[in-house]
Design a protein around this ligand. Structure first.
Ligand SMILES: [Zn+2]
Length: 168
């Protein structure tokens, strides 16, 4: 390759990609979405070992059985399991950068929820923090987890490590 040809090598191309999805929520996710529009957080219990999945997808991925029992209503409080500090803006995130994405284990749930942390200095974010949900005004509620703007610190002692370590 000549020196001139090397200078002509394309090093970067930009290829914006967008995918739009339409999918049927199904019975279980529909129940979850209708409930969160009413401000309720609904999980479901595995009939084999009793673990509470939130949100439930209608079957237990561990045991391969349908989850059809009574819904389990959870509180809007939980424990911060892991987090990331994000310094790149994201269209879907209504917070200024840097913002914090979190995995939160709601009290009574056995699976984690991915969400955002707000109203907290970056230096103070840590695993085991106790959190509560900050909801949008009720008149803005839709069938969406975004009804919760973010989770924020709760004035409680940190959760015991053993209570959330299996979710890390
Ligand atoms: Zn199960």
């Amino acid at each position: 390759m000549s020196d001139e040809a090397k200078d002509d090598v394309v090093k970067v191309i930009r290829t914006p990609v967008q995918l739009d999805y339409n999918y049927s929520a199904g019975r279980s996710a529909s129940r979850f979405l209708r409930s969160i529009k009413e401000g309720k957080l609904i999980g479901q219990r595995c009939p084999v070992d009793g673990r509470v999945y939130f949100p439930s997808r209608g079957s237990c991925p561990q045991h391969g059985v349908p989850i059809e029992g009574e819904p389990v209503e959870l509180v809007d409080r939980g424990t911060l399991v892991t987090f990331s500090i994000v310094r790149i803006p994201a269209e879907s995130v209504p917070l200024e950068i840097p913002f914090v994405t979190i995995q939160v284990l709601l009290d009574g749930a056995d699976t984690i929820l991915m969400h955002l942390l707000g109203n907290c200095d970056l230096e103070k974010v840590h695993m085991g923090m106790r959190l509560k949900a900050r909801w949008k005004p009720k008149e803005e509620w839709e069938e969406s987890v975004a009804n919760i703007i973010y989770f924020e610190p709760l004035d409680e002692p940190d959760a015991d490590y053993d209570s959330y370590k299996e979710h890390i």
